[in-house]
Design a protein around this ligand. Structure first.
Ligand code: MG
Length: 158
């Protein structure tokens, strides 16, 4: 087994869409980024790439590259899965936390798990997604930014 860790941050702005875990979340503020700024998927990508020692998301999908402008991060995650499979890795489990003051994510987590488990080729029981606030403290608590952490285990599939 190999462990991986990923973290990602995006700024929040008014009147932008908010994508987390592959779905759009109704919110007055959305995340800003070169892609669709899905902070959870980006943290998962980095955890998986880290576990396989394959570099990071910026190395594979540069934010300077126009072909990734506005891209659905689910496509990036599918590409990461191809890289993992090329090295004969499969995922054991994922555990992630999203730090966001508002809105509450809990009602949306079952749908996120379904979307991500399908891409990651794991059971729903093998993906944990948690949400926490930042207790109104600093930029995350003031709804200026969103953050996600992820750890994962992978192993050789053969
Ligand atoms: Mg990102």
């Amino acid at each position: 087994m190999r462990i991986g860790f990923g973290v990602d941050v995006h700024r929040l702005e008014e009147n932008k869409p908010l994508y987390i875990g592959g779905i759009e979340i109704p919110s007055s503020k959305g995340a800003v980024g070169h892609s669709d700024a899905d902070v959870l998927i980006h943290a998962i990508c980095d955890a998986l790439l880290g576990a396989a020692n394959l570099g990071d998301i910026g190395f594979h999908f540069s934010d300077q590259d126009p072909k990734y402008k506005g891209i659905d991060s689910k496509i990036l995650l599918r590409n990461v899965m191809v890289l993992l499979k090329d090295k004969s890795y499969k995922i054991g489990n994922i555990d992630a936390t999203v730090v966001l003051e508002s809105p509450k994510l809990n009602p949306h987590i079952p749908k996120m798990k379904g979307v991500l488990a399908e891409i990651l080729e794991i059971e729903i029981d093998d993906i944990s997604i948690k949400a926490t606030t930042h207790e109104s403290v600093d930029s995350f608590g003031h709804q200026e930014a969103i953050k996600s952490y992820c750890v994962c285990l992978i192993s050789r599939s053969a």
